[in-house]
Ligand binder design. Structure first.
Ligand SMILES: *Cc1c(COP(=O)(O)O)cnc(C)c1O
Length: 371
């Protein structure tokens, strides 16, 4: 078994190699200029990002969590407010709500898309509910029309968590343009992943864009003049320069992710394995390719023995995390979420996978599925 093809769950080396020369030049450009914070690279990146994402504006910040915090804050969420969100996510989504002194309220998910189920939102609304934070989990957009309809009826603000969904579309509209505001993350393994931390808020309203730029930079309206209580959440020019370079290949990478997903769909059809289903309203960007298996541990071990790396996104639903113990969540509260959390497995789907590696994943899954 020395000649098995290794497929790590993720591998940034080929991506770094492909961009290495250009990135070395980008970093040198910033060093030669000597302007490191909120300089011309950040300005240029914001414009290029907004154009690529199909939104009017983009405001770069320190990370995706801050993007969500500032987006919720600028929409008026604060202490005592309840924001309904999905417990099937990276904890950072809900932590953004908590950081503002607001309370995340966890709804049920749709069993197929594993995104927040619009029907469960209604049952969670109280007199304290002020906002909704749908998450475009795994790169598949949440069902936004019914969510926006509920928001209108109950006068709630909506922020899209698009940290896994750069370039995804809902009924042809780019994520971020339905609610008018969305958070993005550039954590290294995200679809647009930098070589460090970074994030951005996609925003359609110029007044909100201006306020976000003030908030991320200490609340200053001009240098040393602090008009509102802001924070320090700035992207630096070296990271912005790197992200500008990486943005040039995002479209091609998304196409490749979708191709790999298509190959998986064709190969796995008919296997005793739960597969993602791209909804008719969605253009998914396959940040992750998440399948479901009733004997997950055995399935993952069998894949690992065949050289294929897998991970679980995410093994413990947020309503059952110790940090949220005070909210009173108990096992059994959200059965669809808890069932999903016990069965999900993420397969490798990064754009740099070779055809040989894709073939190896397919062959391994076909055997391991019977484990
Ligand atoms: C990555 C991620 C975040 C947090 O982004 P960071 O840049 O790591 O702060 C928030 N929500 C979701 C759904 C994510 O995947």
């Amino acid at each position: 078994m020395t000649d098995i093809i290794q497929v790590p769950f993720n591998d940034l080396k080929p991506k770094i190699a492909a961009h290495r020369t250009a990135i070395d030049r980008s970093i040198a450009r910033v060093l030669d200029r000597g302007w490191f914070i909120l300089g011309p690279e950040v300005d240029a990146f914001e414009k290029e990002l907004a154009a690529a994402m199909g939104t009017k504006d983009a405001v770069a910040v320190a990370n995706g969590t801050d993007a969500l915090i500032l987006a919720l804050e600028v929409k008026g969420i604060g202490p005592g407010d309840e924001v309904i969100t999905s417990p099937m996510s990276a904890a950072f989504s809900a932590l953004a709500i908590s950081r503002l002194g607001a309370t995340p309220v966890f709804g049920e998910i749709d069993p197929v898309t594993m995104n927040l189920d619009p029907e469960s939102i209604e049952s969670k609304i109280t007199k304290h509910t002020r906002g909704l934070l749908p998450i475009h989990l795994y790169g598949h957009p949440a069902d936004l029309d019914p969510i926006m309809e509920i928001a209108r009826r109950h006068h709630l603000v909506v922020v899209e968590d698009a940290c896994q969904a750069h370039g995804a579309r809902y009924k042809g509209h780019p994520v971020g343009t339905i609610a008018g505001i969305a958070g993005l993350s550039f954590y290294p393994t995200k679809n647009l992943g930098g070589f460090g931390d970074g994030g951005a808020i996609l925003v359609d309203d110029p007044a909100l864009g201006a306020k976000l730029r003030q908030l991320r930079n200490g609340g200053q309206s001009e240098k040393y003049k602090h008009d509102i209580l802001g924070t320090n959440s700035r992207l630096d020019d070296i990271q912005a320069a790197i992200l500008r370079e990486l943005l040039t290949t995002l479209d091609a990478e998304t196409t490749r992710r979708r191709e790999i997903a298509q190959r998986y769909f064709e190969a796995f059809r008919g296997l005793p394995l739960g597969l993602p289903v791209e909804q008719s309203y969605a253009r998914a960007v396959y940040h992750l390719f998440v399948v479901r298996h009733p004997r997950r541990a055995a399935f993952m071990a069998a894949l690992s023995a065949r050289g294929v790396g897998t991970l679980i996104h995410y093994p413990l639903a947020l309503h059952l995390q110790r940090a949220y113990e005070s909210l009173g969540g108990r096992p059994g509260d959200l059965p669809v979420v808890e069932q999903a959390a016990s069965e999900i497995v993420s397969l490798p789907i990064y754009p740099e996978l070779t055809d040989t590696q894709i073939g190896a994943v397919i062959a391994a899954v076909k055997e391991a599925v019977h484990a």
